[in-house]
Design a protein around this ligand. Structure first.
Ligand code: GLA
Length: 732
């Protein structure tokens, strides 16, 4: 049993971690511990200081030391004496805003709970358990159920919250976070991932300040600018040692992560839907489900934590035919042609691709409606026969005849004002009556909270998918959302639209992946602007960034790897000079960097030299050979590219112990000894043979002394080292 309850102490035990809460004599649910397995109750660590201006609950009478403001809380509320950040805030019908949640019951069940209409970690009955703790505000009969899913073998705990109005009058939920986690007083640092279009998930590690810090998105999407993941670690924590805890929100809309270091240096993290673009009217007997947070911690540094997240997302979030199987190596025509193509051009590229051994051709933006530039056509999901003469089916059969699969691009959530769809249904675009809406990339956003919009999109997309041999869909979303207003919601419910938009999106995706189970879906939002665990429930890979420059990609992929499995990272070799940065890197370097993901190409192959095409054939062969190791292996970040001359990463094959190291030396220097890198997580006592030289090293030597990386010349030079783990009798 992973969940144990004794004397109102709740203990959730995973293989290496323990999570503890306790209901105290007043019914307050205090948070005691998240960390190593201690085999004892951690309530002895609770302190009850008499801190000025920290009030006391009424029942505590004249005990000045009992304060909600100093005790660690499991799910913080506002208005009743905890002045730190609340996880939930509501407004009652009488206008008051207090919520005093006290324990009223619990339930344990086998298996993992699901959340209606929202993505959630799934698991077999044997693999997981569920704990529900029921909390109640007795003055109003508002019930809050704290849900915990436990996957003990994977060291994962999930959390989400259900809010039920058992009262007689409506309430408004202003904030309903999925996670509240109190950490004890200490030297905590935070690691978060900020960025911008074409430079997503830049890792930043910071000291906490006294006060509240926020990482959030109010853009209607999880966004390029901040990612809905957060890591808290001890100051001394490294990749391979020290304590850290991570949380990933399974949600693709606006989110908020807040961290507060309080007056006593205690830390609280809350995470969930961004209240700035959210409010929800909950009538009597209605319930509201928050999205889920995936939680994990490691006593052995951030590499282990990342591996735990990689495993849970790859095995218990991603789904479908391609979840664990080899992904097709694809060629995408976007950077090769942009909007300027016809059937002949596409076939020219496809022919070259088939000779190289590429598995699939992906036709990007521009194949539909009147779409010759980015200012028209979105919404008209039928083929543009001026460009694709003879229609899609003919083109696809020619591509299939080359031995290749075919994939296609959609941007379903958008509409161009210059489109038949907009002319017919202007009311389907999100805009506020009496105001001009913000345009972005000349486009408007469809109201995904409107069931008619979902129906239209389902029908038009499934028509194309039914009538053509399409085996891949790139699902794009190319702007941030503003001007929230829905023609199908009353004024009292307008604040619900951003969340209802995401529910509509998830419903549409669920219908399509159910009806077309053979199709590989790849998520995209101007590259990686909606790279989150929510989207990964519907698409096992996401285009990581519109930045295909191999040098900059090492930074983007470094940040992405903290939470997301390598198999989820769509990564392509593109042309030089690079279209985003103008930088020239070798084909070898572009190949090595793109291999740390789900691999493909995105350039005009018909303009390449024979020698370049030969190199690509070798890359395709190599990726096929290493793909399962890259996708299933234990991943290690060997350097931090933000403060190193080198970006290097490693996979350990957990079936045979072999090790693959790849990387890029950013700057060439004259007259220097070579750099060394230290391997991680190999077997200290085993021997490893380096491919190419045949030299043999001990695991201990590789981890402590490291290995000299091959001599490279020129900037951004790639290297690769493959070590075969020797069986005992081969070592002599
Ligand atoms: C976005 C995507 C690109 C490409 C273009 C097409 O920017 O990230 O890969 O599909 O849209 O318009």
């Amino acid at each position: 049993m992973a969940i144990k309850i004794e004397n109102r102490l709740f203990q959730i035990e995973t293989e290496h971690t323990s999570y503890q809460m306790k209901v105290d004599k007043y019914g307050v649910l205090t948070h005691l511990w998240y960390g190593a397995k201690t085999e004892c109750s951690m309530d002895y660590l609770l302190d009850y200081p008499d801190v000025g201006f920290s009030g006391n609950i009424y029942e505590a009478e004249n005990q000045r030391t009992y304060s909600l403001n100093t005790l660690p809380q499991e799910y913080s509320t506002s208005g009743v004496g905890d002045f730190r950040i609340p996880a939930i805030t509501v407004t009652h019908d009488d206008g008051s805003r207090a919520l005093d949640l006290r324990y009223s019951g619990h339930k344990i069940s086998r298996g993992k709970y699901n959340i209606d209409g929202l993505p959630a970690v799934y698991a077999t009955e044997e693999e997981a358990e569920t704990l529900e703790i029921v909390m109640e505000d007795t003055a109003t009969n508002i019930e809050v159920i704290l849900m915990y899913g436990v996957l003990p073998k994977k060291d994962i705990i999930t959390r989400s919250t259900v809010i039920i109005n058992n009262g007689t009058t409506p309430i408004t939920i202003n904030k309903a976070h999925s996670l509240c986690l109190d950490l004890p007083e200490g030297n905590w640092q935070s690691i978060h991932f900020h960025g911008r279009h074409a430079m997503e998930r830049q890792m930043e590690r910071c000291e906490l300040i006294h006060g509240i810090e926020e990482f959030s998105s109010s853009r209607g999407t999880s966004s390029h600018q901040q990612n809905p993941t957060i890591l808290l670690c001890e100051k001394e924590c490294t990749e391979t040692s020290g304590f850290c805890v991570g949380a990933a929100l399974m949600y693709s809309g606006g989110f908020q992560t807040q961290i507060e270091k309080d007056q006593l240096k205690q830390v609280r993290v809350v995470m969930g839907i961004n209240p700035e673009t959210f409010s929800w009217k909950l009538n009597a007997s209605e319930r509201f489900n928050t999205p889920e947070v995936i939680l994990s911690c490691s006593m052995e540094g951030t590499a282990k934590l990342s591996q735990q997240f990689h495993k849970i997302i790859r095995h218990n979030v991603c789904r479908g035919k391609y979840q664990l199987s080899q992904r097709p190596i694809l060629i995408n025509n976007w950077e090769a042609t942009y909007f300027d193509f016809d059937e002949k051009k596409i076939l020219d590229i496809a022919k070259e691709a088939s000779k190289i051994g590429i598995d699939m051709f992906v036709l990007d933006d521009g194949w539909f409606g009147k779409r010759d530039s980015d200012n028209s056509g979105l919404g008209d999901w039928y083929v543009n026969e001026n460009k694709i003469k003879g229609g899609l089916a003919t083109l696809i059969s020619k591509i299939n005849d080359l031995g290749m699969k075919f994939g296609i691009w959609f941007e379903p959530e958008m509409v161009s004002e210059d489109s038949n769809l907009y002319r017919e249904h202007p009311e389907w675009a999100i805009k506020i009556p009496g105001r001009n809406p913000m345009r972005s990339r000349y486009q408007l956003v469809l109201d995904m909270s409107n069931p008619e919009v979902i129906e239209y999109l389902y029908n038009s997309i499934s028509d194309i998918l039914k009538n053509n041999n399409i085996e891949y869909v790139k699902w794009d979303m190319n702007r941030s959302i503003s001007d929230w207003y829905s023609t199908c919601l009353p004024s009292s419910r307008q604040g619900e639209q951003p969340h209802r938009y995401i529910l509509g999106l998830y419903e549409l995706l669920e219908r399509l992946i159910t009806d077309f189970p053979h199709i590989l879906f790849e998520g995209c939002s101007g590259g990686g602007g909606r790279f989150d665990a929510g989207m990964l429930y519907y698409s096992p890979q996401i285009w990581c960034s519109d930045n295909t420059d191999a040098h900059e990609r090492t930074f983007i992929q470094y940040g992405t790897s903290f939470f997301y499995p390598i198999s989820t990272v769509g990564s392509h070799v593109s042309a030089v000079p690079n279209h985003q940065t103008g930088r020239i890197t070798s084909l070898d370097t572009r190949g090595i960097v793109a291999m740390a993901g789900s691999f493909g190409y995105e350039l005009d192959l018909s303009t390449l030299t024979e020698e370049e095409k030969e190199t690509m054939k070798e890359q395709v062969k190599k990726y096929r050979q290493y793909q399962l190791l890259i996708h299933n292996g234990d991943y290690y970040r060997l350097t931090n590219p933000h403060n190193s001359r080198i970006a290097a990463w490693q996979w350990n094959d957990n079936t045979n112990g072999n090790v693959l190291v790849q990387g890029v030396v950013f700057r060439a220097v004259a007259n220097m000894v070579r750099d060394k890198i230290k391997l991680m997580g190999v077997d200290a006592l085993a021997k490893y043979k380096l491919k190419g030289t045949g030299e043999i090293y001990s695991g201990m030597a590789l981890m402590t002394g490291g290995i000299l990386i091959p001599r490279t010349t020129g900037d951004d030079a790639a290297f690769e080292l493959f070590f075969e783990k020797l069986a005992n009798d081969e070592e002599k």
